[in-house]
Design a protein. Structure first.
Length: 419
C-alpha cells in the first residue's frame, strides 16, 4: 500500500514538473515571437523599431512602468551637414514620438560651414573645427552624412588613383576627404553610419520602375556618378572598419521651406521658360515624363527608423530608395500648386522681365535630368521594412503640397496684406 502511494506521488510530481516545463517553454516561445514581430490587422511585420537597437551604456537601460518609455543610455548622434534634411532629422531625434519608435539621443551634434546655427537641442560645430570633432566622433553611436559629393578629379587622370601629395586617397565625399581629420581612425567598429545619396545614380530607365536592385546607369561626369562614387567610398570604408552602413537614395526633396509652391510664389503665375520647354516636349511625344519626389518629413522618419533596425546589416538590406507613391510630371505638380495658391488667394502676379524674351532659358543639370533620365522610383522596401505602419505621411505630392501651404499660410497671408 505504501509502495502504491509512493508510486502515485512520484507520478504526480513528474506530471507537475513536465507540465511546468511545458508552460514555461510555451511562454518563452510566445515572448520571443512577440519581440520578433507585431500583428496589426492580421498583418505580421518585422519590428525594426525596438529601443534595444541602440547601443546602450554600461549602466544599461533604466526600468519604467508600462506607460513610460525606456530611455537608452548615452546614445549620441552626429549629423554632417545641417541643411534641410540634416536639421529636420536632428530636431526630430531629440524627442520620442507618440508611437514609441523614434530613438532618443542624449546628445545631438551637427556640422555647419561659416556661421554657427542656433538650433534648440543641437550642438552646432564648424565643419573645420577638427579638434572638436576629434573629441566628439569616438563617442557617437550614430553618424549621418548629408553633405553632397564634390568632384576633385579635375585635371587628374580618372584611371589613376588620385591622391594628395602624401599618398592619401582623394575622396569625392567631403567627410572622408577631410585631410585634417582621420575619420576612419576615429569611428569605432559597429557604429551606425547613414549616407544620404540620390536616385540620380540610376540614370535613364526609359520611364520604367526602378528598385534597389536595378542597374545603375548614371553617365560619367554627372551628379549621379558622383553620388555613386561616394556610395562606394563609404561601402569600402564600412567593410574595412566594420561599420553598420545604410545608404538612402533620395528622390527630389521638398518640404515646408522649399517646394513647387515656393517656386511658383517666387516667379508669380504662369510657367517659366524651362517648364514651357518641358511641357512642349511632352506634347510633341504625347508622353509625360514622371519624376519621383518625397517630403522631407517622410525622409526624416525613414532614416530615424533605420537607426533602430536590428540585423539588417547582416542581410545586406541596407540600401533604401526614398520616394513617395506617385511619380508625376513636374508640370502636373506645378499646375496643382498654382491651383492651391489661386484657391487660397495667395498667388502673386506674374513677375515681368523685359529681357526674358530675348534670353535662351538656361537649364540646370537637374532640369536636364527631368527630360533625359526617365524613371519611376519604387518604394516597396521602404514601406515594408522601415515605416512603422507601412505608410508615408505624404503618399503623393497632393497631400505634401497641401501641408506646405497650410504651414506657410499665415505668413504668406500676412505678407500679402502688407503689400
Amino acid at each position: 500500500m505504501a509502495d502504491r502511494r509512493s508510486h502515485s506521488s512520484l507520478q504526480f510530481y513528474c506530471g507537475y514538473f513536465f507540465m511546468t516545463l511545458f508552460v514555461y517553454a510555451d511562454s518563452f516561445s510566445f515572448s520571443h515571437n512577440r519581440q520578433r514581430r507585431v500583428t496589426k490587422n492580421n498583418d505580421e511585420r518585422p519590428i525594426l523599431f525596438r529601443q534595444t537597437g541602440l547601443r546602450n551604456s554600461a549602466e544599461g537601460v533604466s526600468s519604467h512602468n508600462n506607460n513610460e518609455i525606456e530611455k537608452p543610455g548615452k546614445n549620441r548622434l552626429l549629423v554632417f551637414g545641417l541643411g534641410n534634411i540634416g536639421t529636420l532629422l536632428a530636431q526630430r531625434s531629440t524627442s520620442i514620438d507618440q508611437d514609441d519608435r523614434t530613438p532618443f539621443f542624449d546628445s545631438v551634434f551637427g556640422t555647419t560651414r561659416g556661421g554657427a546655427k542656433d538650433i534648440d537641442g543641437i550642438r552646432a560645430i564648424n565643419f573645420e573645427s577638427y579638434q572638436e570633432l576629434e573629441d566628439i566622433i569616438p563617442s557617437c553611436t550614430h553618424i549621418l552624412i548629408t553633405i553632397p559629393p564634390v568632384d576633385h578629379s579635375s585635371g587628374l587622370d580618372k584611371n589613376d588613383n588620385a591622391t594628395f601629395g602624401g599618398g592619401r586617397p582623394k575622396f569625392c565625399d567631403p567627410v572622408l576627404n577631410q585631410s585634417n581629420l582621420s575619420i576612419q581612425n576615429l569611428i569605432p567598429a559597429n557604429t551606425w553610419i547613414g549616407y544620404v545619396s540620390s536616385t540620380s545614380v540610376y540614370g535613364n530607365h526609359d520611364g520604367e520602375w526602378v528598385n534597389e536592385d536595378s542597374e545603375v546607369k548614371c553617365k560619367p561626369g554627372t551628379k549621379g556618378e558622383l553620388y555613386y562614387r561616394a556610395e562606394n567610398e563609404w561601402r569600402k570604408a564600412a567593410q574595412t572598419y566594420s561599420w553598420k552602413l545604410h545608404i538612402f537614395r533620395s528622390s527630389g526633396l521638398y518640404g515646408d521651406e522649399r517646394s513647387a509652391i515656393h517656386t511658383i510664389r517666387k516667379r508669380g503665375a504662369g510657367l517659366d521658360p524651362v517648364d514651357k520647354v518641358a511641357k512642349s516636349n511632352q506634347g510633341k511625344s504625347n508622353k509625360s515624363f514622371p519624376t519621383s519626389r518625397i517630403h522631407e518629413e517622410d525622409v526624416s522618419r525613414a532614416i530615424l527608423s533605420a537607426m533602430v533596425c536590428e540585423g539588417l546589416e547582416s542581410c545586406g538590406n541596407c540600401l533604401w530608395n526614398l520616394a513617395d507613391d506617385d511619380p508625376a510630371p513636374r508640370t502636373e505638380v506645378m499646375e496643382f500648386g498654382t491651383q492651391l495658391l489661386v484657391e487660397s488667394n495667395l498667388l502673386p502676379p506674374k513677375k515681368v522681365d523685359s529681357n526674358q524674351s530675348s534670353r535662351i532659358p538656361q537649364q540646370s543639370e537637374r532640369a536636364r535630368r527631368r527630360l533625359t533620365d526617365r524613371k519611376r522610383v519604387g518604394n516597396h522596401r521602404l514601406k515594408d521594412l522601415l515605416l512603422p505602419d507601412g505608410k508615408l505621411i505624404y503618399p503623393t505630392y497632393r497631400e505634401g503640397l497641401q501641408s506646405v501651404l497650410d504651414c506657410n499660410r499665415k505668413e504668406w497671408t500676412s505678407d500679402a496684406a502688407s503689400e
